[in-house]
Design a protein. Structure first.
Length: 341
């Protein structure tokens, strides 16, 4: 098996640098669209054979060094007792939204084996199919990001209801965060026991908070997740979108690998975090629209900066866009391998 990704997670300066792509199983691939055209999104997530099939597609098509489980960060919320539908053009809708103590009472910590067994079965299928290929990454949404979806009832740009609860009813917000932390620990622990060889915690919306608020309302919960998972023996990756202002706090979480979005140069992150850190990232997803030579120069610059860290895993600074061509994504993987050999 190609274990370059796992070696890099452990701090080994691997050559060539391993690469995978956030949302690498997705709409930019015609093969994914063919499968998706046969069923709705939630059914795809809940059908292990289909979820495994689309997880494997980018491994075979692009040649990436790791697979990431095909699922959605909101899957545990439905199991907790929240309504969840994915609406065309609107995205996820969670109904009713979380706004009061009564809403806390209708949610519960999950038993993954009985309430999301399809996720664990997908992992078991994938471990068998990937055993001679690449490692499998499991994942979950971080408590704050999950809380925003519950509170807002879906996606938002203002986070007004989240801010109202966090600042106006901090005790209730803290209770929700505690519950979501328990859920995340149970969920990721079960993924690891099912066979996930690394896990990534996505905190997509934590970057909206100031450093002070992040430290008070988010950091303790992420630290608890990392501490609880530490005994299970797999690498723990933590990714915050737009988190350059809280990098030092992110280091305090205890994650083995820190994922960077494209707003912070790797060399600057190393200067703030120290050379012993393992970093993942961080090509701007928009760069995949560049002409080949311009893309090659950008990739080379990121790889050069990655040498300053203890180890580096190449990735985008967020998910790949549906409009990107598969050929350009495959070219990116080839460039990373070639330039870092």
């Amino acid at each position: 098996m190609n274990d370059a990704f796992l070696k890099a997670c452990a701090g080994e300066p691997v050559r060539p640098v391993p690469v995978w792509i956030m949302r690498q199983a997705g709409r930019y691939l015609p093969e994914y669209r063919e499968v998706r055209g046969q069923t709705d999104f939630l059914t795809l997530c809940k059908t292990p054979e289909l979820a495994a099939k689309v997880t494997l597609q980018p491994v075979d098509i692009l040649g990436v060094d790791a697979a990431i489980l095909f699922s959605d960060i909101l899957i545990p919320l439905e199991a907790m007792g929240s309504g969840l539908v994915f609406s065309e053009g609107r995205g996820p809708v969670l109904d009713p939204p979380f706004r009061s103590e009564a809403d806390l009472d209708r949610l519960h910590c999950i038993d993954p084996e009985s309430e999301v067994p399809f996720v664990l079965e997908t992992i078991r299928i994938l471990r068998e199919q990937l055993k001679h290929k690449v490692p499998l990454i499991g994942f979950a949404g971080a408590p704050f990001t999950l809380a925003t979806y519950l509170i807002e009832g879906g996606t938002t740009k203002s986070f007004v209801h989240t801010r109202r609860l966090l600042f106006g009813v901090p005790a209730l917000f803290a209770s929700l965060m505690e519950l979501l932390t328990d859920v995340t620990i149970a969920y990721l622990s079960s993924q690891i026991r099912a066979g996930a060889q690394a896990v990534q915690l996505f905190d997509t919306w934590a970057g909206i908070l100031s450093r002070e608020e992040y430290g008070a309302h988010v950091l303790p919960h992420v630290k608890r997740i990392m501490e609880e998972l530490s005994s299970l023996g797999v690498p723990r990756i933590y990714f915050v979108l737009d988190g350059c202002h809280i990098l030092e706090s992110i280091k305090e979480t205890g994650a083995d690998v820190i994922g960077l979005d494209w707003r912070t140069e790797i060399s600057r992150a190393v200067s703030r975090l120290g050379p012993e850190v393992v970093l993942q990232g961080n090509l701007d997803p928009g760069c995949l629209f560049m002409q080949e030579e311009a893309l090659r120069r950008r990739v080379a610059r990121i790889l050069e900066q990655g040498r300053e860290a203890r180890a580096h895993i190449f990735n985008l600074g967020h998910g790949i866009m549906p409009e990107v061509s598969p050929e350009k994504a495959r070219l990116l993987v080839e460039m990373v391998h070639e330039l870092s050999a």
